[in-house]
Write a new protein. Structure first.
Length: 122
């Protein structure tokens, strides 16, 4: 399908909202496909992977793609095996500075003179 990114996102939203149906082999009716249970949120499986979560067998970062087309994300929120939220904890200025190791004095200031690298980027 080469409808473009907008059409692909619209199709994915219909899947995520449970608005898609499918006729399984050996069944008569089409049944709704529920990727996320919105009525009973506790029945969903939530997983966070990234720094600080590697003790559960996951790596420190999550990589999507192959070779030159791959992207690494620091934190990923998975819902029922689907990566719904990706986040970066590094600053755009210095990859060695993250929200984990920024000096506490620089994160308390919200003045315009505070350096941009003192705030986490999500």
């Amino acid at each position: 399908m080469t409808d473009g990114l907008i059409a692909a996102n619209e199709r994915m939203v219909t899947w995520m909202r449970g608005a898609r149906t499918h006729k399984f082999v050996g069944t008569d009716p089409y049944v709704p496909i529920r990727l996320i249970d919105f009525e009973n949120a506790r029945s969903n499986r939530l997983v966070v992977s990234g720094p600080g979560f590697a003790h559960q067998g996951s790596s420190a970062e999550v990589t999507f793609g192959v070779g030159a087309h791959s992207r690494r994300f620091d934190v990923v929120l998975w819902v029922n095996g689907l990566p719904l939220v990706v986040g970066e904890t590094k600053t755009p200025v210095d990859a060695s500075v993250s929200w984990l190791n920024v000096p506490s004095t620089s994160t308390t200031s919200t003045s315009a003179s505070a350096p941009a690298s003192s705030y986490p980027v999500f």
